[in-house]
Design a protein around this ligand. Structure first.
Ligand code: AMP
Ligand code: MN
Ligand code: MN
Ligand code: MN
Length: 271
């Protein structure tokens, strides 16, 4: 069995349409795949059931802990549950409003039509900062997407919006209300010190979180070890996945992630 419980499609900022993602996952030997688009479950309406791979309904919600932007994975959710419908509706709305505000900020740099430009990049999917980044590259405003984030769109930069996502407690309630498990996504990527990460993980427990994503793509062994220890200390379960967005990124390829720890309790044991 090969689990990959974190991946993106064209419904959010991924490059592959849902069915292409599934085909690629099968090619890579994945047996259990969670699609976890940012704040949407639209991908699941676009796929057919496959005998070769078990598709796990998921979502990656955006929120904040104090001033820190964090992501919460909802895994094994009931897509029909009213709690999850309410959740994605609220968050999609917040995302749309944020996109309008980002486009407004870009006006002061003489870029007048960034909202339409980003929407064209997103196609029928939901707009995220990567779509603005690609648009800025396309019009020659920046050299590459990294530069767009570094100068304009990244945390604390001039076109970053302090977003009013739903509170993390509410997000965990939506996920649990839909029968799912809430996991703190890629905890090592928030730039927190060890003690702050312990505080975040403890808060996450108190909100009803089920576990931590202990491996996210390719990562150094000490990070895996620290996160596994945090799971043991707080009696949290664990998940792992690639956070796949597009082909050509070997550090985040479907089914290819650093070796998960053996000391943790996989979250799917409770499903
Ligand atoms: P959003 O969901 O709109 O807040 O956009 C966040 C997404 O942007 C992340 O999930 C990544 O896929 C992408 N991202 C974040 N930081 C960077 C960066 N520095 N360079 C390129 N992509 C990034
Ligand atoms: Mn993303
Ligand atoms: Mn994320
Ligand atoms: Mn992700």
């Amino acid at each position: 069995m090969l689990f990959d419980l974190h991946s993106h499609t064209t419904a959010s900022d991924g490059a592959l349409a849902p069915q292409s993602l599934i085909d690629r996952a099968i090619d890579q030997g994945v047996t259990h795949l969670a699609i976890t688009d940012h704040d949407t479950v639209d991908a699941f309406a676009q796929v057919t059931i496959s005998a070769e791979l078990e598709l796990i309904p998921g979502v990656e919600f955006s929120t904040t802990w104090g001033k820190v932007g964090i992501h919460i994975l909802g895994l094994n959710i009931d897509l029909e549950a009213s709690a999850i419908r309410e959740g994605v509706a609220f968050q999609s709305d917040a995302r749309r409003r944020r996109a309008e505000m980002i486009a407004d900020k870009l006006r002061k740099y003489g870029i007048d039509d960034a909202l339409a430009g980003a929407q064209a990049q997103a196609g029928p999917g939901h707009i995220g900062r990567p779509h603005f980044a690609r648009y800025l590259v396309d019009i020659g405003f920046v050299k590459n997407e990294q530069e767009a984030f570094k100068k304009y769109l990244g945390t604390g930069k001039s076109c970053d919006i302090r977003q009013h996502w739903a509170e993390p407690q509410r997000i965990v309630e939506w996920i649990r209300g839909a029968g799912g498990s809430a996991l703190l996504a890629h905890p090592a990527k928030y730039g927190l010190t060890r003690s702050r990460l312990l505080a975040l993980a403890s808060d996450f427990c108190s909100w009803g979180g089920a576990g931590l994503e202990v491996v996210s793509g390719v990562q150094i062994p000490s990070v895996t070890r620290d996160l596994a220890n945090l799971c043991s200390r707080l009696d949290l379960a664990a998940s792992w996945g690639s956070d796949f967005h597009r082909p050509g990124q070997p550090w985040a390829e479907l089914g290819r992630y650093s070796t998960p720890p053996t000391t943790v309790r996989p979250v799917w044991d409770s499903w």
